[in-house]
Ligand binder design. Structure first.
Ligand code: PGA
Length: 327
């Protein structure tokens, strides 16, 4: 199904009239990144009818119909698998085989992030339907930086994305907001897409500082990258939910995602706010992904542990169908 048609068919009750009005007022999406259909690259579908369909639905919402929109943002549903420091040649071969046999829905963009050492193996064996991300990149041009990998090397190898600001790099390795911003800007300058992670620790949440922390992290990205966020996906990953089995409730996640979208609107632009995918990460699995996906501002997932199982990761990717609930 073409993306525009999928969106026209989607709905989730509870979208506020103001968010609908804002979405209806937006121009049709023109994502800069290539989109994928099956195993072949294809141009972004013509979505010019989306705004019209939405305004029609907006009118009918005013006359008492059920809610009408499943995605506050206009970007394509996005799911990333972060394999972290896991895997061997053999286990990665098995995982790639599993991924190659998963039937992925059309309306989802899928990326996996192997450890550096196995990137070539994955690029050489994984279906073109799934892109590859690195888990980190150096802050500037390569050179005498022992142990680092530069963004231009990643691009040269065929990598399309890089994860930046993951909580393990912030809180275990000690990367600062400013460094993460710089790394992101450099990666973008080399043509990579950036999965820009943000998220609060448990103590921040308990002290009611969730949005303070998340907004500070967002500001550091904005300071470094400026106003072009067309190749950035924001990943909201509460640190207390990562690898703990304690997933944020759909309401907790939605609340922060909506706050991030509002922040983007106020601090960057309306356009960036509506087009940027805001994905959730933290103990997402095959059993909880569909319910999370029904939330209006959840545009996909960043998955750790469950991305190491091909079939389960496929289920999470296909949670995009939860956005296809009939009106
Ligand atoms: P998890 O990790 O799914 O294992 O909680 C998420 C992440 O770190 O991106």
């Amino acid at each position: 199904m073409a993306l525009a048609a999928c969106r026209a068919a989607h709905s989730v009750a509870g979208a506020s009239p103001s968010s609908l009005a804002a979405a209806a007022a937006k121009p049709s999406s023109s994502l800069a990144r290539p989109q994928f259909a099956g195993l072949r690259r294809a141009d972004v579908a013509n979505e010019s009818s989306f705004g019209a369909v939405l305004s029609q639905r907006l009118q009918s919402a005013g006359t008492g119909s059920r809610g009408v929109v499943s995605m506050a943002g206009t970007g394509k549903f996005f799911v990333g698998g972060n394999w972290k420091c896991n895997g061997t040649t053999e286990s990665i071969k098995k995982l790639v085989d599993e991924l190659n046999s998963v039937m992925l829905e059309e309306g989802v963009e899928v990326v996996v992030s192997p450890p550096y050492l196995y990137i070539s193996q994955v690029l050489g064996s994984l279906s073109n339907r799934i892109e590859v991300a690195a888990q980190n990149s150096w802050v500037g041009k390569g050179g005498a930086f022992t142990g680092e990998i530069s963004a231009e090397q990643l691009a040269d190898a065929g990598v399309k994305w890089v994860i930046q600001g993951h909580s393990e790099r912030r809180h275990v390795i000690g990367e600062t907001d400013a460094m993460i911003g710089k790394k992101s800007a450099y990666a973008l300058s080399q043509g990579l897409g950036v999965i820009a992670c943000v998220g609060e620790k448990l103590e921040d949440r308990e002290a009611n500082r969730t949005t303070d922390v998340v907004f500070e992290q967002l500001q550091a990205y904005a300071d470094a990258v400026g106003s072009d966020w067309s190749n950035i996906v924001v990943a909201y990953e509460p640190v207390w939910a990562i690898g703990t089995g304690k997933v944020a409730s759909p309401q907790q996640a939605q609340e922060v995602h909506a706050a991030i979208r509002q922040w983007l609107k106020e601090k960057v632009s309306d356009d960036v706010s509506s087009k940027t995918r805001i994905i959730y990460g933290g103990s997402v699995n095959g059993a909880n992904s569909a319910e999370l996906a029904t939330q209006e501002d959840i545009d996909g997932f960043l998955v750790g542990g469950a991305s190491l199982k091909g079939a389960e990761f496929g289920v999470i990717c296909n949670a995009v169908t939860a956005k296809k609930v009939a009106a």
